[in-house]
Design a binder for this molecule. Structure first.
Ligand code: AMP
Ligand code: GLY
Length: 420
C-alpha cells in the first residue's frame, strides 16, 4: 500500500514513523518532508500548499491513502481536491477546516451552541475596535481572524498595548488579510491542556492529553513559539475533567459542526484552559498539534493507519484506539535566536541509539550530511513508566544530539510535575 503524507515538520515525522509500524505499507511519500524525514520516507519537493502538484503526484503514483497534516493545505481544500480524484484522505474538508481557518467562525459557533469559551467581540473596522478598547477589561487578548503561522494572538497587558495590537493587525496588516477581522477576547487564566481527538463526524475519541510549552525560555518567559516541548499525559487533566469536556465541549462541537453541514473528519484539536469556572476552549485546530503529536503518537498502541481509515470511512465507533499507560516527554532543540533571527546550515549529529527517538522538523540533507534549516530543528522524545523518568530520559537523549548553536528549554515538564 502506498501512502502520502502532506507536510514536512516534526509532526509529520512522528506520523510517518508511527505509520511505518503497519507492515502492509510498502511506500511512504512525504510532500515535501525534510532532510530528517528522508530516512523514513521518500521526500518529494513540493510546497504543501500547491494543491495541483500534490493532486497530480497522488494520481501518477497511484496513492492508496493520503494524510494531510498541516493547517494551510487543509484550509485551502486539499482533502476535497484529493477526494475528488477518488483518493481517500485523513483530514477535514475545507468547509470543516474553517474551524481553525477562521477564529470568527469558531467563536460564533461556540456562542451559538453554548460551548464554553472566553467572552468576545468581533471587529471589522479599526475605529470600533479602538472605541471598544477604551473601556474593555484589561488584560485582553487580540486575535487575527485567519491563519497567521500560530502568531496571530497577542495578549495585551495594558490598554495601550491592546490598541497597538489592533492597529498592527488591522492597519499595518502584519498578518496580511488574516487581520482584516479581529476578535477581542476575555483574558482567561488556568492550566492549559491540549486534547487531540480522532473523529469520523459521528464518534469522537480523545487521544491521550498533553501539555505544550509555547514560550521560548525557561519559566514560560520570552516570546511565543511554535512549541518548545510537550509532555503526555497532562496531569491537570483528570478523569473528572475529561468526562466534563466530553459532555460540555467535545460532543457538542461535533454535533454543532454537523448541524452547520460542516461534518468534521480527521483530527480535531481542542486547546483548553481549565479555569475556575470550568474547562473552556481557547482554540480549535483542524489537525494534529505540533509538538503534541511527538508525545501522543509514541503512546498510541493501536495501528495508526487503521484508526485514520476509520475516521474516513465512518467506522470509528467499532475501531479500537488504545494508548499505553505510560508517560512521554518531548524536548525541542531549536537554533539559538528562534523565534526571531537564527543561523542555520550547521551539521546535526544524532547518535545511533537515539535515532528512533528523534523527530526532525527543520533540516536539509547536503551531500548526505544533515544540516539545520529551521528555527525548530528537531524534537527528542522519551517514553517511560513515570513522568519524572520520561523527562530525565528525554534530557539524557538530548545530550546525544549535537549541532552548533543548539538551544532548548531545560524545564520541559516541570509544571506538570508540580501538578502532582
Ligand atoms: P493560540 O495561538 O491560539 O494557540 O494562542 C496562543 C496562546 O495564547 C495560548 O496557548 C494561550 O496561552 C494564550 N491565549 C489565547 N487565548 C487566550 C485567552 N482568552 N486568555 C488567556 N490566554 C490566551
Ligand atoms: N502546539 C500547538 C499547535 O500545534 O497549534
Amino acid at each position: 500500500m502506498k501512502i502520502m503524507v502532506v507536510g514536512g515538520g516534526g509532526r509529520e515525522h512522528a506520523i510517518i514513523k508511527k505509520l511505518k509500524e503497519n507492515k502492509e505499507i510498502t511506500e511512504i511519500y512525504a510532500l515535501p518532508g525534510n532532510g530528517g524525514i528522508a530516512a523514513d520516507a521518500t521526500c518529494v519537493p513540493v510546497k504543501a500548499t500547491d494543491l495541483d502538484v500534490i493532486c497530480n503526484f497522488a494520481k501518477e503514483n497511484a496513492i492508496d491513502y493520503a494524510v494531510v497534516a498541516p493547517d494551510d493545505p487543509l484550509v485551502l481544500g486539499c482533502v476535497d481536491a484529493l477526494s475528488e480524484l477518488g483518493i481517500p484522505c485523513f483530514g477535514p474538508e475545507k468547509k470543516a477546516a474553517i474551524i481553525e481557518g477562521s477564529k470568527v467562525f469558531s467563536k460564533n459557533l461556540m456562542k451559538k451552541y453554548g460551548i464554553p469559551t472566553a467572552e468576545y467581540e468581533v471587529f471589522t473596522d479599526l475605529e470600533s475596535a479602538l472605541n471598544y478598547l477604551e473601556t474593555a477589561p484589561i488584560p485582553t487578548v487580540i486575535k487575527a481572524d485567519g491563519l497567521a503561522l500560530g502568531k496571530g494572538v497577542i495578549i495585551a497587558m495594558t490598554r495601550d498595548e491592546a490598541k497597538a495590537a489592533v492597529r498592527s493587525m488591522m492597519e499595518d496588516k502584519i498578518f496580511g488579510e488574516s487581520g482584516s477581522q479581529v476578535v477581542v477576547e476575555e483574558f482567561l487564566t488556568g492550566p492549559e491542556v491540549s486534547v487531540l481527538s480522532f473523529t469520523d463526524g459521528k464518534t469522537v475519541v480523545p487521544m491521550i492529553s498533553s501539555m505544550d510549552h509555547k514560550r521560548a525560555l525557561d519559566g514560560d518567559k520570552g516570546l511565543n513559539t511554535g512549541g518548545m516541548g510537550t509532555v503526555a499525559p497532562n496531569p491537570y487533566y483528570t478523569k473528572e475533567i475529561a468526562d466534563r469536556c466530553m459532555k460540555e465541549i467535545f460532543l457538542p462541537t461535533i454535533e454543532a459542526m454537523n448541524k452547520e453541514d460542516r461534518s468534521f473528519k480527521g483530527c480535531l484539536y481542542f486547546g483548553l484552559m481549565l479555569t475556575e469556572k470550568g474547562p473552556k476552549v481557547i482554540e480549535y485546530n483542524c489537525r494534529f498539534g505540533d509538538p503534541e503529536t511527538q508525545v501522543v503518537l509514541p503512546l498510541l498502541e493501536s495501528d495508526l493507519l487503521t484508526v485514520m481509515k476509520a475516521t474516513t470511512n465512518g467506522t470509528l465507533a467499532e475501531t479500537e484506539v488504545k494508548f499505553a499507560d505510560k508517560n512521554a516527554c518531548c524536548v525541542i532543540m531549536a537554533s539559538a535566536g528562534y523565534p526571531q533571527k537564527y543561523e542555520s546550515g550547521y551539521e546535526i549529529k544524532i547518535a545511533d541509539e537515539v535515532k528512533d527517538s528523534v523527530y526532525v522538523a527543520g533540516a536539509k540533507l547536503e551531500d548526505g550530511i544533515l544540516k539545520n534549516a529551521g528555527g525548530r530543528v528537531l524534537g527528542v522524545t522519551a517514553v517511560e513508566e513515570t513522568l519524572e523518568k520520561a523527562i530525565d530520559s528525554a534530557y539524557e537523549k538530548v545530550q546525544k544530539v549535537t549541532f552548533a548553536n543548539a538551544f532548548y528549554r531545560k524545564d520541559i515538564g516541570k509544571k506538570a510535575k508540580e501538578a502532582k
